[in-house]
Design a protein around this ligand. Structure first.
Ligand SMILES: [Zn+2]
Ligand SMILES: [Zn+2]
Length: 268
């Protein structure tokens, strides 16, 4: 049994078959009872383990969702999944991993494209048969809110987003997706089609034993404030976007799901 368990066979190619501690149950509500005594060796270098703690309905302006709240053994943060339709046991589930951005998601900052990505993702997922969005509390690409504002201050003085993070002693991107991997496994999702432009997300999820069966491009139109930030992500962080002569990648031939972007994304 353990050979097919993402927890035991970490790092190998595998299926997300039921395994010790992550038995399949009939409904999302049943996950709370299932996880009460859940305790596993954990995902990734830090042995991250999560439990489903509470599940409720969450109708929103983007569609009908259920909200699943997770406890985890590492960072004391409350990560959540927004689930639309029946994802448990399903394959090719459209999925978006969104990292918290207080300034963008809540305050409507134009320095980044996070709120557009969040709203576009929820709208796309909510209009399909099924989908899941994980809202991960790793603010500022994992460096935290205060450090993100410090990095903004450096950018106000001319540094780009990568150099600003490096100047503060961080890597370009400190995000870690082992929490997300365990959350997807906890939801008994067979495989995901990931809405992302970030190859590192796909790589990390696969390393944690999650089957990624496809990628859905998720490119937002730039505005005058975030154009340089988006160009930097494309040119320096390896995101699949084509700014300033960066080769148009075959992955971008797939249809973009975001409203108003279909014609552009489907071209070539
Ligand atoms: Zn666990
Ligand atoms: Zn943001």
């Amino acid at each position: 049994m353990l050979a097919s368990c993402p927890l035991a066979a970490y790092g190998d190619a595998m299926t997300a078959a039921p395994c010790k501690g992550l038995t399949r149950v009939a409904t999302l509500d049943d996950l709370v009872e299932r996880d009460k005594d859940h305790n596993c060796p954990g995902f990734g270098a830090h042995g991250i383990c999560v439990k489903v703690d509470a599940v409720a309905d969450l109708p929103s302006r983007f569609g009908e969702f259920r909200i699943v709240a997770f406890w985890n053994n590492r960072d004391g943060k409350e990560h959540i999944a927004l689930v639309h339709g029946d994802v448990m046991g399903a394959s090719d589930v459209p999925a978006r991993l969104h990292s918290e951005c207080l300034t963008g998601d809540v305050m409507g900052s134009l320095r980044c494209d996070c709120r557009d990505q969040l709203e576009g993702g929820l709208r796309a997922l909510g209009s399909q048969e099924r989908g899941v969005l994980l809202y991960l509390r790793q603010e500022g690409r994992g460096i935290g809110l205060i450090n993100k504002i410090r990095a903004y201050a450096l950018q106000d003085r001319g540094l780009d987003t990568v150099d600003a993070n490096l100047a503060l002693g961080f890597r370009d991107d400190e995000r870690d997706y082992s929490v997300a991997a365990h959350m997807l496994a906890s939801l008994n999702i067979g495989s995901v089609r990931l809405m992302t432009n970030n190859p590192n997300k796909i790589r990390q999820l696969e390393q944690h034993g999650i089957s990624v069966s496809g990628r859905i491009p998720h490119v937002m139109p730039a505005n005058q404030h975030n154009r340089f930030y988006l160009q930097t992500k494309a040119n320096r962080s390896g995101h699949y976007m084509d700014y300033d002569g960066k080769p148009h990648l075959p992955e971008q031939d797939e249809l973009v799901l975001v409203e108003g972007m279909e014609a552009e994304g489907g071209a070539q």
